[in-house]
Design a protein around this ligand. Structure first.
Ligand code: MG
Ligand code: MG
Length: 256
């Protein structure tokens, strides 16, 4: 992919702006998370997200992205839906669902990109485990985001952690650099070999996003040309943060 070749190092001033964008993005996702309950439609969640973005003078880079142009500000993906679900007034959350919400924030020339998955009401122990492992896989990957490590160190750590719990990492969709564009280099798969790939340098910002499935690693795209589901219909989860590589510890940008 062409975008994956373009790695743009950010200055400290640029990272400070991205941190503001990340704060807004986290505010959006917190707002949406607090609305998750049976009967709420995925369009309601999108409307709430837009209201927060508007308040901050920000917009989502998702809206109008790709072809056919993505119609909304967030993606909402339920159960076997992995990513890129299109919000709809007729799609209502049910007790026991697991919902993945992804949001981007475009603010003062920079993008922040983050996602979470959470249960609606009480969920099955298996679903709970899937959420915990996927969230922890993100943390395990972030811990590898240190200068002089390589992207493969991140990929391998995520894959090993997920597979040690008997779950599967998706191959077709990956983490990515983020900055003035939503997708920049380097590409960071959720599987791979330690010691390979792009050398990490201070000023790199990466949207790291483990996507994990219960049954197999295979996915397919629905006829709406956006919604990605697990090929076998099994449960899926997705967590994402935009994270800066620094001289020291990795810096999470998409937090409150
Ligand atoms: Mg995202
Ligand atoms: Mg992303």
């Amino acid at each position: 992919m062409d975008w994956a070749r373009q790695i743009n190092l950010k200055t400290p001033a640029e990272i400070a702006i991205m941190r503001e964008a990340g704060h807004i993005n986290a505010t959006v996702l917190t707002t949406v998370r607090n609305l998750l309950q049976p009967g709420v439609s995925t369009a309601d969640l999108d409307a709430a997200a837009e209201e927060v973005l508007r308040k901050y003078g920000a917009v989502s880079p998702f809206k109008g992205y790709g072809y056919p142009p993505f119609p909304n500000s967030i993606t909402v993906s339920i159960n076997e839906e992995l990513v890129h679900g299109i919000p709809s007034a007729s799609r209502k959350l049910k007790e026991g669902d697991i919902v993945s919400v992804d949001c981007g924030t475009f603010f003062e020339g920079f993008v922040a990109d983050s996602a979470f998955s959470a249960g609606v009401g009480s969920i099955s122990p298996k679903a709970q485990k899937l959420l915990e492992v996927t969230e922890q896989a993100l943390a395990v990957g972030v811990a590898q985001m240190r200068a002089n490590n390589r992207t493969g160190d991140i990929s391998a750590a995520i894959q090993q952690y997920v597979e040690s719990h008997g779950f599967h990492v998706v191959r077709e969709y990956t983490g990515h650099g983020v900055g003035r564009q939503m997708h920049e280099g380097p590409q960071v798969p959720n599987y791979g070999k330690a010691g390979t790939g792009v050398l990490l340098r201070p000023g790199m910002v990466i949207a790291l996003e483990p996507m994990v499935q219960l049954g197999t690693h295979k996915t397919k795209v629905l006829r709406d040309k956006w919604t990605v589901v697990s090929a076998d219909g099994s449960l899926t989860a997705h967590f994402e943060h935009s994270v800066a590589v620094t001289e020291g510890d990795p810096l999470l940008l998409t937090v409150l």
